[in-house]
Design a protein around this ligand. Structure first.
Ligand code: FES
Ligand code: FES
Length: 169
């Protein structure tokens, strides 16, 4: 990738298992490219400052804040958005766990909570409550569903350990 910051260049991004080519400034926030160019609305715009976690994606399996990552900086890295986890018919175990635990009110924070949980379980398949609190401590929920969200993390660990996926089937 080359080009002058602020001018459109051709970017090749690996998103949810596919190579996607977009024309965008290399310094454009990854969040903007995902939402505006690729139509992936799982990641949300919250603060735009890297502080709330609403825009979380996985970059090579690690939770990252897409509002402060330049799109040109993640060419060749594997980016996973909420859309890459599962579907309504076949939710990912972490998505199913959040449903089971009724861990949502407005739902705006859930993208970040779910992806941070996926990254946590990759590191700690059976996390303690302290590890879960630590992993999610910088993801903000303005609705105050933290108790249910922590319950969802433990439920997700159970589902993942037993190989259960949700949905019809
Ligand atoms: S929108 Fe990215 S951290 Fe808040
Ligand atoms: S459920 Fe509303 S911000 Fe978390």
């Amino acid at each position: 990738m080359s080009g002058t910051p602020g001018r459109n260049v051709s970017l090749r991004l690996h998103v949810n298992g596919r190579v996607r080519e977009v024309e965008a400034p290399p310094d454009a926030p990854l969040l903007a490219v995902l939402r505006n160019d690729l139509g992936l609305n799982g990641p949300k715009y919250g603060c735009g400052l890297g502080e709330c976690g609403a825009c979380t994606v996985l970059v090579d399996g690690v939770a990252a804040r897409s509002c402060v990552i330049p799109a040109g900086g993640v060419e060749g890295r594997e980016i996973t958005t909420l859309e890459g986890l599962g579907s309504l018919e076949a939710p990912h175990p972490v998505q199913q766990a959040f449903i089971d635990a009724q861990a949502a009110q407005c739902g705006y924070c859930l993208n970040g909570m779910i992806l941070a949980t996926v990254a946590l379980l990759a590191r700690h398949p059976r996390p303690t409550d302290a590890q879960a609190r630590d992993a999610l401590s910088h993801n903000l929920c303005r609705c105050g569903t933290h108790v249910e969200i922590l319950r969802a993390v433990q439920r997700a660990a159970e589902l993942a350990a037993s190989g259960i996926r949700g949905g019809a089937g």
